[in-house]
Design a protein around this ligand. Structure first.
Ligand code: BGC
Length: 750
């Protein structure tokens, strides 16, 4: 029984996200925000009993459209059980992460009245996620129609230490009245992913003594086995039943005032994709046996210990701003949870495995928005994320071939194979910057850790193959330079531009680093270098070509440019009167303009030139920064969640603190605001990395490890902040940055 040690009662508002009262309007938002997980598996914060008014297995055809502006299905609730790497093919949307059977189900019924948060009479409702240990709590009093009043207290966690285990507990107490309480608990495969059925078959088993199980065969060819065992402080669960959607334990207990008991349910989840030896069933049962042998307390202690270690390496303490403090911790919690740190066959998907919206796909979000957090709190995890790109290099080569090029072209939307999954041509065909973003992130990792072995073992292959792609993707202009035509930059509201300056800068960087590293490898080991050339089929002409394209690729700015135009054709797009068009600024700008008009106008979805300034700060003077900020900010809609943090960091760099704080508020609201309900479709995990960057790069003013070999700070703290403390890994050493209004300290820790 989980009674001691666990933090059950008190809600610490610097550490707990609390839902103080139930509202159906925010239910889906909290489901996303309360997602639990441990890298290996993830489950949205849905109620154990579901909501009667919404079925989870509705079938419909989700169409490939702009996800940012799409109106989601299921406004009230959507279960979500995800295992990174378990994917299937959707007929229109291509490869998507499969929403797996829901193994948390626990239903209560008193004299024909089913427990349902929306329909029953509920008092003193409270639910909260404790970020310290990832435990989700719920408590309320249910006044049943039969007159039996029950107090229920729920607790559940996905173990951070024993990655295959989920633990649930419910304590039930009768306050007044009497009546029969019927209970069901088990596994429910009445679940569809984006309206599509990816389950080929489900095989159930019921063991009279100890467990129930459901083995799902997916259309991606995987086997996913869930085994649940349920027990109560009294013998209750005598029956086990199976129907077309569920396998369940069933029990009854007559209750009268003063009676109480506790239910525990533990589930082990294993798949044929796990890097583990042994038969599925045997492994699943072995994990359950651990619980039996060691008991719940021990299991919780190990879980808590694992979370405590993660927090030791990553917790940012902010004195003077409780709201941002909680949001910062929520972001760190989701980043840690989303990261499958020992498995480089997967990365972190755009919704942080907390919703179906982006199909479980990997974007540039990982490299540009999230990587800095991992680089400075868990460099092994950062390495693993880049290794994922090496592991999917074959897919990237296929993409290049599919477009008629040699080399490797990383997918704008990648799944586990690296092949392009983006179903919309605008992004899939034209948002090519990701191929160079990946190389940028790899160099950032190497510069921050000194891990040159990564380049030797993997990175150089990625660099040479992507360079091969770039030298073919460019076009020669008679004026005497190379250019990149038909490109969508980070700003997704201009689909086919000429020389997007961000992209060209990234490609130039990528090519110059490729040449530089080839040179380093040649100088350090002539024979090794010859082997490398042989292995990659690389000859001197090719390297000369890399050099030539790097030198002659158009970069349309220099130190004298006041405004750096996003693309050569940027000025020719139409000007818009934002105040007339954008009637309600709580909604995306894109809702108020047709795509056709948007695509020919100067309205940015997100930071583009400013993103480049953030990534290459040394290229620009402070005047250029402020001129470009003033030019672009008023025409940027921030319809993408990747935008606000970039603006906030640059505003802080310029010391425009009011502006920076406005963006801080925006960044925090993206997933935390009850009005926006932004977490409903999943966590904006890039923005979580964005908040980390805003605090570390923006307010504490840490200079990027990309460009600095030593820790350097130039702080600008927001008005109310007294102090911020940040743990940072830098070249293998642990430091603590302590920044106050008028001083800062960089403390080396042992
Ligand atoms: C943004 C992209 C981002 C993607 C996934 C889009 O709305 O415009 O920059 O990579 O979402 O988060």
């Amino acid at each position: 029984m989980l009674n001691k040690n666990i933090r059950t009662q008190e809600i610490d508002h610097q550490w707990c996200i609390a839902e103080e009262k139930f509202s159906i309007d925010t239910n889906k938002h909290f489901e996303g925000l309360f997602t639990q997980g441990n890298g290996y598996m993830h489950i949205r914060g849905s109620f154990e009993e579901g909501l009667e008014s919404t079925v989870q297995d509705e079938e419909y055809l989700r169409m490939p459209v702009n996800v940012t502006l799409e109106k989601p299905r299921h406004p009230k609730t959507k279960w979500g059980t995800f295992i990174p790497g378990i994917v299937g093919i959707h007929p229109l949307l291509k490869m998507e992460m499969i929403n797996l059977p829901y193994f948390l189900e626990l239903d209560f019924c008193v004299m024909g009245e089913k427990l349902d948060m929306e329909q029953c009479k509920i008092r003193e409702y409270k639910r909260w996620l404790d970020l310290r240990d990832g435990c989700l709590h719920r408590g309320f009093i249910w006044e049943t129609k039969a007159g039996l009043h029950l107090k229920l207290q729920y607790l559940r966690f996905i173990s951070m230490a024993d990655k295959h285990l989920s633990i649930q507990q419910v304590h039930i107490q009768a306050l007044s009245g009497e009546g029969n309480l019927a209970m069901d608990g088990g596994i429910n495969w009445g679940v569809r992913t984006n309206g599509y059925n990816h389950f080929k078959a489900v095989r159930t088993a019921v063991d009279d003594a100890t467990f129930i199980s459901a083995e799902t065969i997916t259309d991606g060819g995987n086997r996913v086995l869930m085994i649940s065992s349920m027990e109560a402080s009294e013998e209750i669960f005598a029956d086990k039943v199976t129907d077309s959607k569920k396998v369940m334990y069933h029990g009854n207990k007559p209750m009268k005032a003063g009676d109480y008991f506790t239910i525990q349910k533990v589930t082990s989840v294993v798949t044929d994709r796990d890097n583990e030896a042994g038969f599925l069933e045997e492994r699943g049962k072995n994990y359950l046996a651990v619980v039996q042998e060691q008991g719940y307390e021990k299991l919780y202690e190990r879980h808590l210990q694992a979370w405590t270690e993660k927090w030791r390496a990553s917790d940012i303490k902010i004195t003077g701003d409780d709201k941002v403090q909680l949001a910062m911790r929520a972001s760190i919690y989701h980043l840690i949870r989303s990261n499958c740190e020992n498995d480089s066959r997967v990365a972190i998907c755009a919704k942080g495995y907390a919703g179906e919206a982006y199909f479980g796909r990997y974007f540039w979000d990982t490299e540009i928005n999230m990587l800095p957090f991992f680089l400075h709190t868990n460099p092994e995890a950062a390495r693993n994320l880049i290794l994922f790109r090496y592991n999917t290099l074959e897919g990237a080569k296929k993409n290049a071939r599919a477009y008629g090029y040699e080399g490797a072209r990383y997918a704008w939307e990648s799944s586990i194979t690296g092949e392009e999954q983006c179903p919309c041509w605008q992004y899939g065909d034209h948002e090519v910057h990701i191929t160079a973003d990946i190389i940028y992130a790899m160099v950032h990792y190497v510069n921050g850790t000194g891990d040159m072995d990564f380049i030797r073992d993997y990175g150089i292959d990625m660099m040479v193959e992507t360079a091969r792609y770039w030298v073919q993707r460019v076009d020669w202009n008679k004026e005497g330079y190379y250019e990149l035509l038909g490109v969508m930059g980070p700003d997704e509201y201009l689909p086919m531009t000429r020389n997007n300056v961000y992209t060209n800068r990234m490609v130039k960087f990528s090519l110059s680093k490729t040449i530089e590293y080839l040179e380093i490898l040649r100088n350090e080991n002539e024979i090794g270098y010859l082997e490398l050339k042989h292995r990659l089929g690389l000859n001197s002409h090719e390297i000369e070509k890399f050099e030539e394209v790097k030198e002659k690729l158009k970069i349309s700015y220099d130190e004298s440019s006041e405004i750096i135009f996003q693309s050569d054709d940027f000025k020719s797009y139409a000007d818009l009167d934002f105040n007339t068009i954008w009637k309600d600024r709580t909604k995306p700008f894109g809702d108020f303009i047709s795509q056709e008009k948007n695509y020919r106008s100067k309205a940015l979805k997100q930071a583009d030139v400013l993103e480049m300034i953030l990534l290459y700060p040394q290229d620009f003077t402070s005047q250029q920064l402020s001129h470009n900020y003033d030019y672009y900010e008023p025409i940027t809609t921030h319809d993408s969640s990747l935008s606000a943090a970039v603006h906030g960091i640059l505003a802080a760099w310029m010391g425009r603190m009011e502006e920076a704080e406005k963006f801080l508020e925006k960044v925090v609201a993206i997933d935390m605001s009850l009005e926006k309900k932004g977490a409903a479709e999943g966590i904006h995990i890039a923005n979580c990395g964005g908040l980390w960057q805003m605090v570390v790069y923006g307010f504490a003013g840490l200079k990027s490890a990309m460009w600095e070999s030593e820790i350097k700070l130039e702080p600008h703290l927001p008005g109310t902040w007294e102090k911020v403390e940040i743990p940072i890994m830098w070249h293998g050493k642990q430091y603590r940055l302590i920044v106050t209004k008028d001083s800062y300290e960089v403390r080396e820790e042992s």
